[in-house]
Design a protein around this ligand. Structure first.
Ligand code: PFF
Length: 444
């Protein structure tokens, strides 16, 4: 492992926050959060989600950032340096998760590009004719097309990682994240002023506590992990590019706030529009690619709204995909590979693993009865991320505790009122809660 004096670094704290928020804000926020909220009791689910982010999500995020900044290495190297023994296995699980998540994430990333362009070339007419479902079905079962769009998405991802931490990731996130916010606010303004929007707001925001069950709490915690990019060493890797002056607790809180805000706001775009046009709100995963095009088609200027929405989704997906590729590449860069070599070779291998994900949507291959796509999703989100989260928390709570205290207070230079609360969350609360979701989520 080459431990280097000239490790790449973020140019500023805001650059770091935007890059980390770029990782966190992704398909998980805009595509997944609104529909699972719709299925799990609306505002009641949002409240449970927020509580879990505050107590567990922010704690694990801080733990990851502290580990990375102390070690100044990738996820595997960090555990090797700080602890040795079997701990690097946790980092390895992270690399495997990065590989598997990006393989299917890149497929959906490709869909966003296709839908952006298709907004101008017929999607509106098809939506009006009630054919959005058929269009989506025909598209995902055309492997050549899906793989071609996936390739374009992966190329843009590889390009940014190839350019490096400051000149690539930070530079693009500093431009893309404000663009994402701008588009989001424009879309909210459009959506909530539609006639009939109030019914959507009511559906989204009225709490229905009867829907809060063990499973929905587990869903909320699993969603929090995926959405905050936790459990796979992503924040360890990004933390390793942070300078020693940056305060970590405030950074972790800011990233959690931005991520949760975007997820919440995405619901404000989707539900008012869906209700204003009387379309099925409980459509599940198809909500974004099937339901929304039909909604846009009925709006004046629908083409523009549709294109803006899919551009938003593309930006969100891209800044997350970058972080997934960076987790994998950073390992090889720390082993002495050049950055371009790591980004291109790993990006290509992940693309190759994504090809069966893409083709599985038209039938094959299957893994024990699940589409390859769903199998990769299940393996990473339901198994590897929660397990990673348990070990990262236990590491800070029991094994690396004193050094962790020093790292999050910048060697005592900054006070952190909740220091001991954080330690106890890492020690017992987070591992117990995550093991619970691990157990309930583990149904193939
Ligand atoms: N947080 C991303 C999302 O919400 O879409 C997905 C993700 C990115 C998960 C990076 C894990 C990760 F390391």
């Amino acid at each position: 492992m080459t431990q280097n004096a000239e490790r790449e670094q973020w140019g500023s704290k805001i650059g770091f926050i935007l890059a980390a928020a770029g990782s966190a804000v992704g398909l998980g926020n805009i595509w997944r959060f609104p529909y699972i909220t719709g299925q799990n009791g609306g505002a009641a689910f949002v409240l449970v989600y927020i509580a879990l982010v505050i107590v567990i999500g922010s704690s694990v995020m801080l733990a990851e950032m502290a580990i990375g900044r102390k070690a100044q290495l990738n996820a595997v190297g960090s555990f090797q340096k700080l602890a040795g023994g079997l701990w690097p296995v946790v980092g390895w699980m992270g690399i495997v998760s990065g590989f598997t998540i990006l393989s299917f994430y890149g497929v959906v990333g490709g869909w966003t590009i296709k839908y952006f362009f298709h907004s101008f070339t017929g999607l509106m007419a098809e939506g009006l004719a009630g054919k959005a479902g058929d269009v989506f079905g025909a598209f995902v079962s055309n492997p050549t097309l899906v793989v071609a769009y996936q390739a374009v998405f992966m190329l843009t991802t590889i390009w940014v990682v190839y350019k490096g931490v400051g000149e690539g990731i930070e530079k693009y996130c500093k431009f893309l994240m404000p663009a994402l916010f701008l588009i989001l606010f424009v879309l909210i303004a459009r959506s909530v002023t539609l006639e009939g929007a109030a019914k959507g707001l009511d559906f989204y925001l009225r709490p229905d506590f009867s829907k809060i069950t063990g499973t929905s709490i587990a869903t909320a915690l699993g969603q929090a992990f995926f959405s905050l990019s936790l459990g796979m060493g992503c924040m360890i890797t990004y933390g390793s590019y942070v300078d020693k002056q940056t305060t970590l607790p405030s950074s972790a809180v800011q990233v959690c706030v931005i991520d949760t805000l975007v997820a919440f706001l995405a619901g404000l775009v989707i539900f008012p529009a869906v209700f204003a046009f009387g379309v099925d709100a409980g459509a599940g995963p198809g909500l974004t690619f099937v339901t929304l095009p039909s909604v846009f088609a009925m709006m004046p200027g629908g083409m523009i709204w549709s294109a803006l929405f899919f551009l938003l989704l593309y930006i969100a997906a891209l800044t997350s995909a970058i972080s997934l590729l960076e987790v994998v590449s950073a390992y090889f860069i720390d082993r002495g590979w050049s950055r371009p070599k790591a980004a291109v070779i790993m990006g290509f291998l992940i693309f190759a693993l994504g090809v069966p994900c893409a083709t599985s949507l038209s039938g094959a291959p299957k893994v024990y009865g699940k589409d390859f796509f769903d199998a990769m999703d299940f393996l990473s989100s339901n198994v590897l991320l929660p397990l990673g989260g348990v070990f990262i928390s236990l590491f800070v709570g029991w094994f690396w505790t004193n050094d962790a205290r020093k790292e999050v207070t910048n060697e005592g230079a900054h006070g952190f009122t909740l220091l001991e609360v954080w330690i106890w969350i890492c020690r017992v609360v987070a591992p117990a809660a995550i093991l619970y979701i691990f157990y309930t989520g583990l149904k193939w």
